[in-house]
Design a protein around this ligand. Structure first.
Ligand SMILES: CC(C)(COP(=O)(O)OP(=O)(O)OC[C@H]1O[C@@H](n2cnc3c(N)ncnc32)[C@H](O)[C@@H]1OP(=O)(O)O)[C@@H](O)C(=O)NCCC(=O)NCCS
Length: 167
């Protein structure tokens, strides 16, 4: 991770606002800026998530939904505007978030919940190194049908093996 990003992250503090179930805290998040040429990234604390920007315009968001620091896990979500997908921005932002949470916040595990029909997200998670850990059957009702939710997960040491610090 570039030094300015690391320095910015060191200035982040855990969000004091309770979110999610009792005992579950919300970790800090980051803001990522992409200018032309070499990406410029700056740490920026937000209440619940972070923005991915390109040339000062927001193109997506990434952040943790909730976390259990005692057990050492957190869950995250990411979304990109359609016109900015398949450019590697989501991967770069998620890797940055995971590196911060694993290496600086000492979390042990990251989880992601994906609708079973969301092929793009399933492919995206697998590409990052997440593995399917389970499936919540008929967990949501949408557009007249029940959908399964796929539980994806990655451990800190699995992340370290797959993603070098220079990535
Ligand atoms: C999932 C999502 C965040 C991926 O964002 P992205 O910026 O396109 O991701 P990246 O460019 O970093 O893609 C990295 C890799 O993921 C995989 N991938 C991403 N989108 C894919 C798709 N539509 N189909 C197949 N593989 C895909 C590919 O392996 C891709 O690498 P490649 O482009 O070299 O082939 C984006 O599709 C999105 O915002 N979807 C809507 C919101 C959503 O579903 N969020 C996740 C909820 S759990």
């Amino acid at each position: 991770m570039p030094l300015p990003v690391l320095e910015a992250f060191h200035g982040l503090q855990p969000d004091p606002l309770p979110r999610g179930p009792p005992g579950v805290g919300q970790p800090a998040a980051l803001r990522v800026s992409h200018g032309p040429g070499l990406p410029e990234r700056t740490g920026h604390r937000q209440a619940n998530g972070s923005d991915i920007t390109q040339s000062s315009s927001v193109v997506g968001a990434v952040g943790s939904h909730h976390a259990d620091p005692r057990a050492g896990w957190f869950e995250y979500g990411v979304t990109m505007e359609a016109e900015h997908r398949r450019k590697g921005y989501a991967s770069e932002a998620v890797v940055m978030l995971l590196r911060f949470m694993f290496d600086e916040r000492r979390f042990h595990k990251c989880g992601a919940r994906v609708f079973a029909d969301n092929e793009a997200s399933l492919a995206f998670q697998r590409r990052l190194g997440f593995v399917e850990e389970g499936r919540l059957r008929d967990q949501v009702f949408s557009a007249g049908q029940y959908l399964d939710v796929v539980m994806m997960g990655m451990l800190a040491d699995e992340f370290a093996q797959l993603h070098s610090p220079s990535e």
